[in-house]
Design a protein around this ligand. Structure first.
Ligand SMILES: [Zn+2]
Ligand SMILES: [Zn+2]
Length: 212
């Protein structure tokens, strides 16, 4: 098995980090959170000869899931995740698109919802699913124990945390998700998040003003 690698394609006016996770050797991988700008995502896959086997969704917000159906049709792959608690959000993406001026956003129907303790994988890269509500009720985090890596979506950011003023948001639940599920994985876990630069859990545990 090759090393796990990640490439980021900023999508939508929200500059969301659509993330391509792939194996360095065989170039098979997955696309996490294709919120929009699918032409751009497809071009990056093609230019780098990456074969996407699935689409993984962290949560049902438009900047993360609005382009998932278009990408699914273009690639002929399944949409996996998030947790079923985000179904009301996924069913409302066209409306959200109109509201936020994001053309082409479509309601998202995953092929499979995920629950705490599930695993998802491509090749030999296995990711544990952590249900981390707070920013969105059905938010999931994808954690690769072997690579000491997590894709945390909009749960945690470098120096900040996800907003909780949107429908279904719950600040206490968000902080509990971070403190009880993410930080115990270890200070050396590297993360990619939905917006802005990633980091390491240890740095957030020590310096993130929302956690100290
Ligand atoms: Zn979000
Ligand atoms: Zn977002």
């Amino acid at each position: 098995m090759g090393q796990l690698n990640a490439g980021i394609v900023p999508v939508t006016p929200f500059q969301q980090n659509c993330t391509i996770l792939f194996d360095m050797d065989d170039k098979h991988g997955v696309v996490v959170d294709p919120g929009g700008d699918i032409d751009k995502v497809l071009a990056v896959l093609k230019d780098n000869a990456i074969i996407a086997e699935a689409i993984w969704i962290t949560h049902g917000h438009i900047d993360h899931a609005g382009g998932a159906m278009e990408l699914k049709e273009a690639l002929g792959v399944e949409i996996i995740g998030p947790h079923e608690a985000d179904k009301p959000l996924l069913d409302n993406l066209e409306n959200q698109g109109r509201r936020y001026g994001i053309a082409g956003a479509r309601d998202c129907v995953p092929d499979r919802f995920l629950s705490e303790g599930d695993t998802v994988s491509f090749g030999s890269h296995v990711f544990e699913v952590l249900h981390c509500p707070g920013h969105a009720p059905g938010h999931v985090v994808y954690y690769n124990r072997a690579a000491k890596f997590a894709h945390v979506g909009d749960v945690l950011f470098r120096g900040s945390v996800g907003r909780t003023d949107l429908p279904g948001g719950d600040h206490a639940a968000l902080i509990a998700s971070i403190k009880d599920k993410l930080l115990p994985l270890g200070d050396d876990i590297g993360f990619i998040c939905g917006h802005g630069p990633g980091g390491r859990f240890g740095e957030e545990r020590r310096t993130n003003p929302f956690l100290t």
